[in-house]
Design a protein around this ligand. Structure first.
Ligand code: KIV
Length: 297
């Protein structure tokens, strides 16, 4: 665990330089206040397109739009002061051509002030990665399970669990490193393959369901907090936030139902009454002592 002193915000080359130096700590983030908390412990925060599923209730990440990524990206950049903020390019915003990818990624960078973008895909995204990096946009790769391709893959399926799948996935990692990606996410991948890739490439591997053999780890914040109703096998729940939220909402409903909330301390008194409140009494609740009436002579 690292509780960082406040220094400048980390940039993509700082993350690359952490390979073989320290484990890289990352979480997804979609919200300014939780970003401010995670910022104390994380090297980078990813505004992932999983926000479509964990924030907006979609079944997959496919319906997520560029505007949704920008709205959440702005919130996270406002909340985090030190961590690098990387933003996912959503499905349909970069695959068509390097120039379309540049137009949309530069919009994301300008409108959010984030420090990098992430693209799904290995060799097929190498040309686009090079094009963006050469024009000033740091790119994080994402291989293994690539959820934006769910309709082709046929489900959220783990990857590289038979040796005949390895060569293609290793080639994806090498192509992205060669194209100038500063790090690559390995999702839902067998541990020995993640280990081989981590040893083979000069940039950090960030695992999510890819074992502790990676250079760093990332989880979806809502999943690890225990807020998401369904989570993949590789998620460890470090909290029970759904239960905490339900307990609080149940207490609120009970107190409102029984007229116990709001109490006097949550209520505004009239200004005249507040002035007369002696110290130690909640505003407006001091017994109002009537002045004795002057007796008329
Ligand atoms: O969108 C996301 O949450 C991601 C992580 C799985 C890395 O891309």
């Amino acid at each position: 665990m690292s509780l960082h002193p406040l220094t400048r915000r980390l940039m993509a080359p700082d993350i690359t330089a952490m390979k073989r130096v320290k484990p890289i700590i990352a979480l997804t983030s979609y919200h300014a206040h939780t970003a401010a908390i995670a910022d104390k412990y994380c090297d980078f925060l990813l505004v992932g397109d999983s926000l479509g599923m964990v924030m907006h209730g979609f079944e997959t990440t496919v319906p997520v739009t560029l505007d949704m990524m920008i709205v959440h990206g702005r919130a996270v950049v406002r909340g985090a002061k030190r961590a690098l903020v990387a933003i996912d390019m959503p499905f349909g915003s970069y695959e068509e051509s390097p120039s379309v990818a540049f137009r949309n990624a530069s919009r994301v960078m300008k409108e959010t002030d984030c420090g990098a973008v992430k693209l799904e895909g290995g060799r097929r995204m190498a040309e686009t990665t090079r094009y963006l990096v050469e024009r000033g946009i740091p790119v994080m790769g994402h291989i293994g399970l690539t959820p934006q391709s769910i309709n082709v893959i046929g489900g959220f399926k783990s990857q590289g669990r038979t040796r005949d799948e390895w060569a293609a996935i290793e080639d994806d990692a090498l192509a992205l490193a060669d194209a100038g990606a500063f790090a690559v996410v390995l999702e839902a991948m067998s541990a020995p393959l993640a280990s081989r890739i981590t040893d083979a490439i000069p940039i950090p591997t960030i695992g999510i369901g890819a074992s502790s053999n990676c250079d760093g780890q990332i989880l979806v914040m809502e999943d690890m907090l225990g807020l998401s109703p369904r989570v993949p096998k590789f998620v460890k729940k470090f909290g029970a936030v759904a239960t905490a939220i339900e307990d609080a909402i149940r207490s609120y409903a009970e107190e409102v139902g029984e007229r116990r909330f709001p109490a006097a301390e949550h209520t505004y008194a009239m200004k005249e009454e507040a002035k007369r409140t002696p110290p130690g009494f909640p505003q407006g609740l001091a017994p109002v002592t009537k002045k004795p009436k002057k007796l008329s002579t």
